[in-house]
Ligand binder design. Structure first.
Ligand code: ACO
Length: 432
C-alpha cells in the first residue's frame, strides 16, 4: 500500500548525481528506495543493527514510536485488547480483515483440528535433560514439526502453507505446555478441544491427572489480552529472523523455530524473565532503587534496566499501559501482599524523573510489567518468554505469509562492508 511518488532523493557521489525513488506509506512515513543503488553506483548502504533499514513493505502493523501508538491492520491495540479474542486477532493479522462469525468459526475449527502432536514426538521431549529451558525445547520441537508434519512443509504449495498455518497455531500451545511439563517432570496433559485457545493452554500447563483443575476466569482473560498485545510488532528481531529464514523457501515450522530462538535473548523477548530476575535482585538487596538506577546509567557497567527502553518507542509503550492496568487489577485481587509490583512502580517513577532516562526517552516497554501478571497466574519465570512466543506467533505467521504471497519475492541477502585483510600468502602450519 505505498503510493508512487514523483519526488526523488538526490545522491551525489563524486561528479555523479543519482535519483532515488521515495516511497510513501499510508501514514505518511517515507522511505528512500535503494534497491538499485549498488547496480547504479557500486555502493551499498551501511546501517548498523538495521536501525534505519526496511527490508520490506508491509500492510500488517503500524508502530508510531514517537506518539506511542500501535495498530494491527489499522485497528488500535487498545480496542482489540478490549473487544477481541486472541484467535480473532490471529485471523485479522494473518488474513488482513476481521472475520465474520462464519469465517471465525471455520478458522477456530481448523485450528482445533490440529492440537494433538504426533505420538512419536513424546520421544523428542523425553530426550531433553531435567530443567532444560522451555524455550530451548520449544524451538527444537517446533523445528521437528517439519519432519512429523512434512505434508505441510512445501511453501510453494498454497494448500500446504494454509495447513501449516493451522498446524503451527494449534500445536504451539501444546508444545509450550509439554515443554513446561517436561521441565518439571510431570505427565503431559493432552489438549481439550472444547476449551478456548487460552483455556486450553492453561489447562495443559496446570492440570494434573490426579486432580480437578479449576481455572480462574480472570487468568484466562488476562492471558487473552497479553497474547493479543504481544501478537505483532512489525520488523523486530524475531520477526525479521522468521522472514530472513523463510525467504530461503524453507518450511513454516523451521522459520518459526528461528523466530523462537531470536526471541529468547534478553534484549528481546527474554527481557520479561530478566526483568523479574532484576526486580527480585533489587528487592533482595534492600530495595536500593537509586543504586540500580546509577548502575543502569554507568557505561562501564553492563547492568541495564530490563523492561526499559525500545528501539522504536520514544514514548510510553502503549502495550505497557494496558499491561500495567491488568497488573493493578490482579495484584489487588490475588496478591495484595506482593511487594514486587509496588517496587516496580517506584522504580519506574524514579527512572522517569531522572534526566538520563528523560533525555534518552527511555520508558517501560511491554516486558516491564508482564512478568508481574504471569507470577500471579502461577506461571514460572522460565515460561515467560514462551508465552511471548505464543502471543507473537500470529505476527510471525502473518509476515511469513505476506512475504510468500508478494509478487517478486526474493531471498533476503544483505551485504557487508569488508574491513579485513587484503589478499595475502597462505602460511603453512609449520611456519606459524
Ligand atoms: N537501561 C539503561 N540505559 C539504556 C537502556 C536501559 N534499559 N536502554 C537504552 N539505554 C541507553 C543506552 O545505553 C544508550 O545510551 P547512550 O546514548 O548514552 O549510549 C541509549 O539509551 C540508547 O540505547 P540503545 O542501546 O542505542 O538502544 P537500542 O535501540 O539499540 O536498544 C533495547 C533497545 C535493546 C531495547 C535497549 O533499550 C535495552 O537493552 N533495553 C533493556 C532490555 C529490554 O527491555 N528489552 C526488551 C525490549 S522490548 C522487546 O524486544 C519485546
Amino acid at each position: 500500500m505505498s503510493s508512487a511518488n514523483e519526488e526523488t532523493a538526490k545522491l551525489t557521489i563524486g561528479d555523479n548525481e543519482y535519483e532515488l525513488p521515495i516511497r510513501v506509506g499510508t501514514e505518511g512515513n517515507r522511505a528512500i528506495d535503494i534497491g538499485q543503488l549498488y547496480a547504479q553506483t557500486g555502493h551499498i548502504t551501511l546501517d548498523d543493527g538495521f536501525a534505519n533499514t526496511g527490508p520490506t513493505m508491509s500492510t500488517i502493523c503500524y508502530v508510531d514510536g514517537e506518539n506511542g501508538a500501535l495498530r494491527y491492520r489499522g485497528y488500535r491495540i487498545q480496542d482489540l485488547a478490549e473487544q477481541c479474542d486472541f484467535t480473532e486477532t490471529a485471523y485479522l493479522l494473518i488474513y488482513g480483515e476481521l472475520p465474520n462469525a462464519e469465517q471465525l468459526e471455520d478458522f477456530r475449527a481448523n485450528v482445533r483440528n490440529h492440537t494433538l502432536l504426533h505420538e512419536g514426538m513424546r520421544r523428542v521431549f523425553s530426550g531433553f535433560p531435567p530443567h532444560a529451558h522451555p524455550m530451548a525445547i520449544l524451538s527444537a520441537v517446533v523445528g521437528a514439526l517439519a519432519v512429523y508434519d512434512k505434508d505441510s512443509a512445501d511453501t510453494v504449495d498454497l494448500a500446504q502453507s494454509e495447513l501449516a498455518i493451522y498446524r503451527i497455531l494449534a500445536k504451539m500451545p501444546t508444545i509450550a505446555a509439554f515443554s513446561y511439563k517436561q521441565s518439571i517432570g510431570q505427565p503431559f496433559i493432552y489438549p481439550q478441544n472444547h476449551l478456548t485457545y487460552c483455556q486450553n493452554f492453561l489447562h495443559m500447563m496446570f492440570a494434573v491427572p490426579s486432580e480437578q483443575y479449576n481455572m480462574p476466569v480472570d487468568f484466562v482473560n488476562a492471558l487473552n489480552v497479553l497474547l493479543i498485545l504481544h501478537a505483532e510488532h512489525g520488523q523486530n528481531c524475531s520477526t525479521s529472523a522468521v522472514q530472513m529464514v523463510g525467504s530461503s523457501n524453507v518450511n513454516l515450522f523451521s522459520s518459526i523455530s528461528a523466530g523462537i530462538c531470536a526471541l529468547w535473548g534478553a534484549l528481546h523477548g527474554g527481557a520479561n524473565e530478566a526483568c523479574i530476575d532484576m526486580l527480585e535482585m533489587i528487592m533482595a538487596d534492600g530495595r536500593q532503587l537509586g543504586k540500580y538506577i546509577d548502575l543502569a546509567k554507568d557505561k562501564d557497567n553492563p547492568f541495564r534496566l530490563m523492561g526499559f527502553g525500545h528501539r522504536i518507542y520514544k514514548n510510553y509503550d502503549p502495550r505497557a499501559t494496558v499491561i500495567k492496568e491488568i497488573a493493578h487489577r490482579l495484584v489487588n485481587k490475588y496478591a495484595a501482599d506482593d511487594p514486587l509490583f509496588e517496587m516496580a512502580q517506584e522504580l519506574e517513577e524514579v527512572a522517569l524523573s531522572d534526566p538520563y532516562f528523560i533525555e534518552r526517552k527511555l520508558y517501560p516497554n511491554v516486558d516491564f510489567y508482564s512478568g508481574i501478571i504471569y507470577r500471579i497466574m502461577g506461571i514460572p519465570k522460565n515460561m515467560f518468554t514462551v508465552l511471548f512466543a505464543l502471543g507473537r506467533l500470529p505476527g510471525w505467521v502473518a509476515h511469513w505469509r505476506e512475504m510468500h504471497l508478494a509478487p517478486g519475492k526474493r531471498i533476503h541477502r544483505p551485504r557487508q562492508l569488508y574491513t579485513g585483510h587484503s589478499e595475502r600468502e597462505f602460511v603453512p602450519l609449520i611456519k606459524r
